[in-house]
Design a protein around this ligand. Structure first.
Ligand SMILES: Cc1cc2nc3c(=O)[nH]c(=O)nc-3n(C[C@H](O)[C@H](O)[C@H](O)COP(=O)(O)O)c2cc1C
Length: 186
């Protein structure tokens, strides 16, 4: 895909086809994260790649904030958990840059995956404590996000359709609402 096409067509995917992701593509996705910029080049991010059915099932059933809200992730061939060590990053102007750095890297991974036709869905609705316990993540590490990665199912499942409709996923604010020139004019 062309770069702008990747950006413009990307969308959250919540139903997955029964199709593997090759190690070659996975490597490219991970390298895209690795190449991201980070504050003072601290590279505080760490990524856990989960492919094992048993662990995927645990994450899908036991990591949600509300019940089994993340259940759909069990159908994805891969789940990636984006973590960071805040102590390895920088705090400037009262901003925690581990969040910014890890988000940039993860988004680069998601866009690269989409370039290969692989969908993902940023997840914030997880219980960090439970995710850490399932994956043996040390106390000082923060779980910033997690996402399933997989080829989209041809026919979207009902849950996926409902969430997408509920979140109004296609809607975006007009540029005039989010951009002003020369000074704050909102
Ligand atoms: C920080 C963040 C947290 C999100 N958390 C969730 C989530 O927990 N569950 C979910 O299904 N989607 C989640 N999403 C996906 C959003 O609902 C989605 O990006 C938004 O509706 C726009 O739709 P699109 O990604 O298809 O363009 C999250 C997205 C972001 C950026």
């Amino acid at each position: 895909m062309k770069f702008l096409e990747v950006i413009q067509t990307r969308k959250s995917i919540r139903s997955f086809a029964d199709q593997e992701i090759t190690d070659e593509i996975l490597q490219k996705v991970l390298l895209a994260g690795r190449s991201a910029p980070s504050c003072q080049n601290k590279q505080c991010w760490r990524f856990i790649v989960v492919k094992t059915e048993e662990i995927k099932k645990k994450l899908s059933l036991h990591s949600g904030l509300i019940g089994t809200i993340n259940y759909f992730i069990k159908d994805a061939p891969i789940i990636i958990i984006a973590c960071a060590n805040p102590k390895r990053s920088v705090k400037l102007n009262n901003q925690e840059y581990y969040l910014v750095d890890t988000a940039i890297a993860f988004q680069q991974m998601m866009l690269t995956a989409w370039n290969f036709g692989i969908g993902s869905c940023w997840l914030a609705a997880f219980n960090e404590h439970k995710v850490k316990s399932i994956l043996s993540i040390p106390t000082e590490i923060r779980v910033v996000a997690m996402s399933p990665f997989g080829f989209p199912r041809e026919k979207e499942k009902l849950y996926a359709k409902a969430v997408s409709k509920f979140s109004g996923s296609k809607k975006r604010l007009d540029l005039e609402k989010i951009v002003s020139y020369e000074k704050w004019k909102f």
